[in-house]
Design a protein. Structure first.
Length: 83
């Protein structure tokens, strides 16, 4: 059972992404976290505009099932951990 989870989209250079993955791998190897990751080099931005000057929200997401792919990676790790 996952007690707490966070879904997050981030942007960064290849070097920054590699540094993040090394950090996450280190935390995972020390049993502090378990994570799923999917990297894409394409994103899409959508806007919801209620009032152009005051109330609008931008949504940024990766394409090709980024969150779904990350969850699948996480579930595979959890399955291996249980077996």
């Amino acid at each position: 059972m996952i007690r707490w989870s966070n879904q997050l989209g981030m942007s960064g250079t290849d070097k920054q992404i590699n540094r993040l993955q090394v950090l996450l791998d280190d935390l995972e190897s020390n049993s502090k976290i378990i994570y799923g990751l999917h990297i894409t080099h394409v994103s899409i931005m959508s806007c919801f505009i209620q009032y152009r000057k005051e109330k609008h929200i931008h949504f940024v997401d990766g394409i090709k099932g980024v969150y779904t792919s990350a969850v699948m990676a996480l579930k595979e790790k959890l399955k291996r951990k249980i077996n």
